[in-house]
Design a protein around this ligand. Structure first.
Ligand code: NDP
Length: 443
């Protein structure tokens, strides 16, 4: 049995109860086969076994008190996966679906994503099964403070720097920042996504969505076209989805759908992003309320975004939201490109189907790396005690996304798989981490 197959077999046996982690590990290991098998040093130095096993997994109890005085207990996680390239870096997610498998899949992917940015950041991820939805501001604050009461011990600007993710917005980050400062007396950039008055970076909020569109446009340009005039379907209506839709429309695309976990909207005229910002960011409402702003749009309960005819599909909600039947419907309707804004939104068979049908496919770890890249820029600004303008950050972000695409395009060509950007992203991300791990010895 080959080295890779043996490692994968062990992952499947040892972590049988962690399906999301197995899915992510399979996707990465299967595609770096060509690089790993070309050089026996990776096996000799046990690089894959060391990459698969996180440096550290922290699981902790988070008790908090609701507005009626009732005590609740949630579970907190932080998986510090690999710091060969720099301090651990990756968001915290607050959502009822969070468990160790989800945090491990996200943390594992984060290693390669962070490597691809070219910036000095290692991979980690964390979160809790706490759901901020429907909670009062005071309840959210009490939860965030108690979450930090344990987690602060493991964080620091040169150790581990979390950020936001699903359910963790600037509000939650502000509460976590306040408690970290209280506990440590240290005014340091130990978390990113902060408010602009206390160390946050301009353009961080927009970065993941903008970066996704910059990368997708680069991929389209490399294939003789661009986003101008293309019909796009977007899922989700959170941070990534909103700024994906905004940038796509700025560059001449027409976004016709958005969604949340209750249902989805179809607006043939092109989604009014300002209305979605008002509903989601300001009022914390539901996407169904969009009809108040655009009565001619349609709202449908449940799922359905991928059944809509489009040129470009942009999944921006959550993992495994685009399955094989969705991929078939998209291809049948003439979709020619997919850019993943969410982490692992497409199932393995859906990705294979896209590739087999010559759909240009930009995988999450490259396509949504703009968020973490801009977080790293927030860290730089904090260290320098400086703030860059929106334009400066946005320009650096564009440069990074163009460079990421160039790297994965070249990596794919180098191993004879031109146009296979999944393989290109994994191989390019892997080389850098593996070389650093080997250089640093067995630690
Ligand atoms: P938000 O919480 O801001 O938005 C998430 C959106 O997806 C909401 O519309 C939410 O609907 C929907 N959603 C979440 N979970 C589910 C579910 N289980 N089923 C259906 N819909 C769901 O999160 P972000 O926009 O920050 O993150 C979205 C994705 O992008 C995640 O995969 C995240 O890991 C990834 N990502 C985010 C980055 C960032 O900078 N924020 C960076 C890189 C990746 P509802 O409100 O109803 O829950």
């Amino acid at each position: 049995m080959s080295y890779i197959d043996n490692v994968l077999k062990n992952v499947k046996e040892l972590h049988a109860a962690q399906p999301e982690f197995i899915q992510a590990a399979t996707e990465v290991l299967d595609t770096i086969r060509v690089a790993v098998e070309a050089d026996s040093k990776y096996e000799k130095y046990g690089v894959l076994e060391r990459l698969i096993e996180p440096d550290r997994q922290i699981i902790f109890r988070v008790p908090w008190v609701d507005d009626k005085g009732q005590v609740h207990v949630n579970r907190g996680y932080r998986v510090q996966y690999n710091n060969a390239l720099g301090p651990y870096k990756g968001g915290n997610r607050f959502h009822p679906s969070v468990n160790l498998s989800v945090v491990k899949f996200l943390g594992f992917e984060q290693i390669f994503k962070n490597s691809l940015t070219g910036l000095p950041i290692g991979g980690a991820k964390g979160g809790s099964d706490f759901d901020p939805k429907g909670k009062s501001e005071q309840e959210v604050m009490r939860f965030c403070h108690n979450f930090m009461n344990e987690l602060y011990k493991y964080l620091g600007q040169d150790i581990d720097v979390p950020a936001g993710d699903i359910g963790v917005t600037a509000r939650e980050i502000g509460f976590m920042y306040g408690q970290f400062k209280k506990l440590t007396d240290s005014y340091e950039g130990f978390i990113t996504g902060k408010g602009l008055t206390y160390g946050g970076s301009l353009a961080r909020k927009e970065a993941t969505g903008f970066g996704l569109i910059y990368l997708v446009n680069e991929m389209l340009k490399a294939n003789g076209t661009n986003i101008d005039g293309k019909v796009c379907t977007v899922s989700g209506s959170g941070n990534v989805a909103i700024y994906t839709a905004q940038k796509a429309q700025e560059l001449g695309g027409k976004v016709v759908t958005m969604s949340d976990s209750n249902g989805w909207i179809y607006d043939e005229a092109g989604v009014d992003v300002d209305a979605v910002i008002q509903i989601k960011e300001i009022e914390r409402g539901r996407i169904s309320e969009y009809l108040k702003y655009r009565p001619n749009a349609k709202y449908t309960e449940g799922k359905g975004v991928w059944g809509v005819k489009c040129d470009i599909a942009l999944p921006c909600a959550t993992q495994n939201e685009l399955l094989i039947d969705d991929a078939k419907a998209l291809v049948a309707n003439g979709c020619t490109a997919v850019g993943e804004g969410a982490n692992m939104p497409s199932s393995l068979d859906a990705v294979e189907y896209f590739m087999a049908n010559k759909v240009l496919f930009a995988p999450a770890k490259a396509a949504n790396a703009g968020g973490v890249a801009t977080s790293a820029m927030e860290m730089s600004q904090n260290s320098m005690r400086l703030s860059w303008t929106f334009e400066e950050v946005d320009q650096k972000l564009q440069g990074i996304m163009v460079n990421i695409f160039k790297n994965l395009d070249e990596a794919a060509k180098k191993v004879g798989a031109e146009g296979n950007y999944v393989l290109g992203a994994n191989v390019a991300g892997f080389y850098k981490v593996a070389e650093a791990m080997i250089a640093q010895g067995v630690v």
